[in-house]
Write a protein that binds this ligand. Structure first.
Ligand SMILES: [Zn+2]
Length: 86
C-alpha cells in the first residue's frame, strides 16, 4: 500500500465523502460510516472512487488517461440542512 493513501478509517466516521466529476456533472455524497460497512474501514478512497466510476453513467468512465472521468472525492460535512439539501 502506498504511503499516504487515504483510507476510510482516516476520515471522521460521522462525516461524509463528497464525490464529484466535472465532466459528467455527477455529484453525490456518501456517509463514511456507510462506506466503511460496505468496503471495510481500511479501504482506500481511490478504490472506492473506482467502484463509483464503474457504476456511474459517465461517458468518460472508460476513457484513456487523458480523456477520462475526473471523479474526485473530498471530505464533506455530514449531510444535513445544507443549502443544496435534496
Ligand atoms: Zn465522470
Amino acid at each position: 500500500m502506498e504511503e499516504g493513501a487515504v483510507t476510510l478509517n482516516r476520515l471522521s466516521a460521522a462525516g461524509g465523502v463528497g464525490v464529484a466529476c466535472e465532466r459528467c456533472g455527477l455529484r453525490t455524497r456518501y456517509r463514511v460510516a456507510t462506506l466503511s460497512a460496505i468496503y471495510g474501514p481500511t479501504a482506500r478512497l481511490a478504490d472506492f472512487l473506482n467502484a463509483v466510476r464503474r457504476e456511474s453513467n459517465c461517458p468518460y468512465r472508460d476513457g484513456n488517461w487523458v480523456d477520462r472521468c475526473s471523479l474526485t472525492a473530498s471530505e464533506a460535512a455530514e449531510t444535513g440542512a445544507g443549502p443544496n439539501a435534496g
